[in-house]
Design a protein around this ligand. Sequence first.
Ligand SMILES: Cc1cc2nc3c(=O)[nH]c(=O)nc-3n(C[C@H](O)[C@H](O)[C@H](O)COP(=O)(O)O)c2cc1C
Length: 183
Amino acid sequence: MLLSKKEIILGVSASIAAYKACEIIRSLKEEGFEVTVIMTEEAKEFITPLTLAGLSRHKVYSRIFSDPQDWEIEHISLADKADLILIAPATANIIAKLACGLGDDLLSSCVLAAKAPVLIAPAMNFNMFKHKITQENIAKLKSVGYKFIGPEKGKLADGRVGIGHLALVEDIVQEAKTLLRER
Ligand SMILES: Cc1cc2nc3c(=O)[nH]c(=O)nc-3n(C[C@H](O)[C@H](O)[C@H](O)COP(=O)(O)O)c2cc1C
């Protein structure tokens, strides 16, 4: 299959960096990928589903108990069609959920149900990132094959500089392409 025809599920969680999902979608679409967004309920505090739907040109999913279309169970059908799941930005919370194997929302349950590779781009306050539990969660996810990109050192939401800044959009897109090529 052509690389450009591949399907990326973009998970967007409730980080101040959620607006960067717009740029990520645009870049992935420019590369010719299909992008379907699953956003957490909390991410809607930062960015609207309408914006992400407009950019991706697909319905944006977030509720696990929404009305099933054609009786499809969404976390399974989305998981099945994914060639890659990219979570960008990924909060400390979603990383912790994934590390525990939780599936109490659409994004985490889709990741659990998917066979596709998972690429995670964390963004958070530096103390959250450096927290021993966050580091253990990341190590655990890496040990089962999840890939990470970033975070980088940079200016954070509170104006301080530290590790926790979302990786550059172009680096995220490049890593997504590399993982898709390996499939
Ligand atoms: C203004 C603001 C900015 C936030 N930014 C981040 C962030 O960049 N990274 C993070 O891990 N949590 C951040 N949080 C906390 C998360 O929004 C919170 O943990 C939320 O419950 C995560 O939900 P989700 O992982 O389901 O999307 C922020 C909260 C607020 C109020």
